[in-house]
Design a protein around this ligand. Structure first.
Ligand code: URA
Length: 410
């Protein structure tokens, strides 16, 4: 294959064949096609887009660049969820053990946070001892024993996506629908799922800013996923204010624990039950009973122990990770909370050290926000609208000043 010709054809709006796309991804993964050619091709895709056939071929090629999970004959349906990412999104921590109460397996492979949205792996790692790097054989044994695992992407799952994403990240080619669809789906398809539910978020704290963009992405993922044999459903969920009442890694684990004990905030619990009902065998009512009876909490304890974590630390996680400076952000006058802007809180959380600006950054599990008031809540003068948890006094001051631009009382 003559790579410059393939790049030129895409640049000029032609449809590439599955063979051309397969050869491109294969050559790139083997190190035979250099980054400058791959970047030029990604930019051509950014401007010209891809047909569903091309997107399917790209997804397949990325999936086939690595291994897929294999399960024993006759094992239960495999189900999972993917979220496009939001502020305070701790859904997976509750949803995975809840689904595992059902007659399904939950082989959840998650990512780390990059940018303003936190990652499930970072949250899990705030639990002392919790290991997210399991050998495949151990992960499969865990599925047989407790019905779920929560791990990170291994080196042999979709290596092409890993390499291509790293290029896209530095060449302005992340926000391309076909590239996003192939990137997300290839990783989820490597789990060899029967059913997948997508939580596609839109708003100031999400990747997609409008409901229309989110609906377009969901439709594209559903089309390609179903062509490849996975039943895909989705929810479009607003991300104008954070989900739940906490943002930050250990703080979000504490809120997930409260939710697993039946004391979660309404918006979080509703979203979890809505998403779970899309892929479970059980009804939504049964799922709610598992959440309120302690069954899902027992599963989370079993998961924590199976992955080397200290289950005894779960209910005192915020004592284990305690930020030295905790200060309220106070209401200046009485009224209703009119704005608790997710994007602003996400950027302030990043500034505190709760997220990563670059892949190699380390995160601080203790910092973030708690007690976040929901939009519509009535507040009195000097009532806390949220609490800031900071490692340094200077970070605290910077976060408080940033919050002033994203929080409003009407
Ligand atoms: N998340 C991914 O895994 N890939 C993308 O391309 C965008 C978001």
């Amino acid at each position: 294959m003559h790579v410059p010709t393939v790049i030129e054809r895409k640049r000029d709006g032609a449809e590439l064949s599955p063979n051309e796309i397969g050869a491109l991804i294969d050559g790139f993964t083997r190190g035979e096609i250099p980054a400058y050619q791959m970047s030029a091709w990604a930019m051509a895709v950014f401007f010209r887009g891809m047909t569903p056939d091309e997107t399917e071929a790209l997804t397949k090629a990325m999936l086939q660049s690595g291994r897929t999970l294999r399960y024993p004959e006759g094992s239960p349906p495999k189900v999972d969820k993917h979220s496009t990412g939001g502020i305070g999104d701790k859904v997976s921590l509750v949803l995975a053990p809840l689904l595992a109460c059902d007659e399904v397996w939950v082989p959840m492979i998650s990512g780390r946070g990059l940018g303003i949205t936190g990652g499930t792996l970072d949250k899990l790692e705030s639990i002392p001892g919790f290991c997210v790097d399991l050998e495949e054989a151990r992960a499969l044994r865990q599925l047989e024993n407790i019905g779920l695992f929560m791990i990170g992407q291994t080196a042999d799952i979709c290596p092409a996506d890993k390499a291509l994403y790293a290029l896209r990240d530095v060449t302005g080619t992340v926000p391309s629908s076909p590239l996003i669809i192939a990137s997300i789906l290839s990783k989820k398809l490597a789990e060899n799922l029967d059913r997948l539910v997508l939580d596609v978020k839109f708003g100031s704290g999400a990747f997609m800013k409008t409901r229309e963009e989110a609906a377009g992405l969901a439709h594209g993922m559903k089309t390609i996923g179903e062509r490849m044999g996975v039943r895909i459903s989705h929810r479009l969920s607003p991300m104008e204010e954070p989900l739940g009442k906490t943002v930050g890694n250990a703080l979000e684990v504490a809120e997930a624990v409260a939710t697993l004990r039946g004391r979660g905030p309404n918006d979080l619990e509703t979203l979890i039950l809505d998403l779970a009902a899309e892929v479970a065998n059980a009804t939504r009512d049964q799922l709610a009973r598992w959440l309120h009876s302690g069954a899902a909490w027992e599963k989370f304890i079993a998961l924590t122990e199976a992955q080397g974590g200290d289950a005894g630390a779960l209910e005192k996680i915020t004592e284990h990770h305690r930020a030295p400076f905790v200060r309220p952000f106070l209401a200046s006058h009485s009224g209703r909370v009119a704005r608790m802007d997710a994007g602003t809180l996400g950027r302030a959380a990043l500034l505190l050290g709760a997220g990563r600006a670059r892949t190699e950054d380390t995160i601080d599990p203790a910092v973030g926000f708690s007690g976040i008031k929901k939009v519509g809540a009535e507040v009195a003068p000097n009532e806390p609208l949220l609490f800031v948890h900071a490692r340094r006094e200077a970070d605290l001051a910077a976060a408080l000043s940033m919050l002033g631009k994203g929080v409003a009382i009407a």
